[in-house]
Design a protein around this ligand. Sequence first.
Ligand code: UTP
Length: 294
Amino acid sequence: MPVKSTVRKVVFPAAGLGTRFLPATKAQPKEMLPLVDKPIIQYGVEEAVQSGIDNIIIVTGRGKNAIEDHFDVNVELESFLQQRGKVELLEEIRKISNMINVAYVRQGEPLGLGHAVLVTAELVGDEPFAVILADDVIDASPPALQQMMDVFEKVGGPVLAVERVPPDQVSAYGIVDIDTSIDLGRGVYAVRDLVEKPSRDEAPSNLAIIGRYLLTPDIFPALRETASDRTGEIQLTNGLRKLLKQRKIFACEIAGTRHDTGNKLGYLKACVYFALRRPDLSEAFRAYLRSERV
Ligand code: UTP
């Protein structure tokens, strides 16, 4: 029977090393790289808040203090802006620390996404929760997480966000094998299996798992039973495969524009995309992009 959506918490795994952005990420987290003037992770946090969730759990590791500082109150900065009469900036800065209740948990070693989710078990407790990978910035209305929560209410089980990708890109993603005998409406599927990074020929579909998961607490025992892979990491996909033996899992195609800011080209595209949507920048930036100098 479908359960009512009671998703109150969002987990942000942010303990990865961000090696694709070295040297920029040697001394700062990749989640703090800006898209125009807002750090990547703030887009995800705003998506959670716009979806009605303000309890945020951030999984951090070494060198991630900037994330904690970003969501904390900065008394010195606030009084400086106040003295200078910079009211709008002050509002903007206050909004960041006021918008969420945030808890941090350390992942001692980056032992994989599945392990990062597992270290939140205590903080999440016995209730459904969401996972947002901040790298995937999704411009959508309603917000991606809201779309998933709407599906969760109907199907009453874990929901994975998926996107159709070109066949030559399936090998970069976890791909879902869907059960076509179950009709759940447009863009919603029952998952039959999950295949991590299949070759083009082996891929059961072109529906790729993207950085949003709506999970139920039975994922924790499943992850505890999940062995590390060849690289020593516990993969969330493998935990989900274990869970799939016990319960139904669903996939939901997200309507919106996703940017994978975890790679350089995707990051650059996202910078351009968001700059062109900023009223204070778009005209001049568009003119610059059209100019012969680019
Ligand atoms: P990525 O696969 O993007 O890895 O992790 P990464 O370390 O962040 O970046 P690269 O590949 O070295 O450039 C996907 C998400 O899972 C988190 C990351 O912070 C990112 O949000 N993660 C990954 C953890 O929190 N812990 C881990 O052990 C691994």
